[in-house]
Design a protein around this ligand. Sequence first.
Ligand code: PLP
Length: 405
Amino acid sequence: AETWNAVPLAPPDSIFKLTASYKEDTFPQKINLGVGAYRDNDNKPWVLPVVKKATEILLNDPTIDHEYLPITGLPEYTGAAAKLILGEDSPALAEGRVTSVQTISGTGANHLGALFLSRFYEFNGEKKAYLSDPTWVNHFAIFKNVQVEPVTYPYYDPKTIGLAYQPFIDTLKSAPERSVFLLHACAHNPTGVDPTREQWGQIADVILAKGHYAFFDCAYQGFASGDLDRDAWAVREFVKRGVPLLVCQSFAKNAGLYGERVGALHIVAPTQETAQRVKSQLSVLQRSEISNPPAHGARLVSLILNDKKLFEEWKRDIETMAGRIIEMRKELHKLLTEELKTPGNWDHIVNQIGMFSFTGISSEASQALTEKAHVYLTTNGRISMAGLNTHNIRYFAESLDKVVR
Ligand code: PLP
């Protein structure tokens, strides 16, 4: 038989396919609300001014060479990244019980975290990870790849277009002890629905009582509220309460470094000695997979995090992005409710958090938006708020109004 005869044709990735269809479309008012990348008010990718400055500094630094980084990454970067998510005053950091490894952005952090659990976590019976229903679709493939079976817990209630809080808590309670629960640290993708602080507290209580493990994915720190500390609240609260956890961190969205693949995996261990053993095994895994992580993006982020002035500037850039998204939420809500008097309740548009909004429209309505109005979005009705701007928001609101009326 011919080589590769048995290889079945896989379907293209739905998000990347959406972008390709958008690019081919010649309709002048077309809108892409599929992709999870920030766009400025002119629908252009935005290179953060602070990143331009950091790039300039690197370019003029005569000490920069192209040697390998250590296996676990650039120490100035991973150390500062850990402080950013866990907090300057984190007791876990002070006690030296956090292991941080530089990864291929958030996806790589999820992979390495899942792989580490697959190898070393003492699962109670079958190897399973509980993912929110719905979640970032890649989570399923990432866990399957490392022989951990993804199962889901209730998260989103289509009736309220909000959190399915009670069913979520009930599943935490009924799951076998020491189960692994993946939690979105903030700005839940795809729903834009986050638990309140009070709800987080109760979620932590049950996780602690059941001895579960919290697998935090944090891809949008700063994007939810515009404030880095506020968006890290849940993770820090869980650490404070002693919940066993890890955090996957990405600088793709909040630093606009999508292509540089800058991320980190932080595992909070019970003791410093345990953290060292964990790190030794993460190094072994990392070595066989990527040998060592890429240098450029980590150097940029390290400069920004470790320089007071650049850090302050970065925070202003994040506010610019989050602020524009929040403005678009308000404007869309106003257009639908006040001007167009679109049937239904649209308060979730302003209540949801982060880059995405779950509109609550049917998959037929989503498809009609694409086919009739040239508005590209995933069929689950999720829209990237970053794809809206002052030039296209009225056209979008009118098109949405038409398909739900
Ligand atoms: N986790 C979630 C929830 C995401 O939405 C994303 C990106 O869309 C990622 C992780 C990983 O992104 P990256 O690998 O670009 O950092």
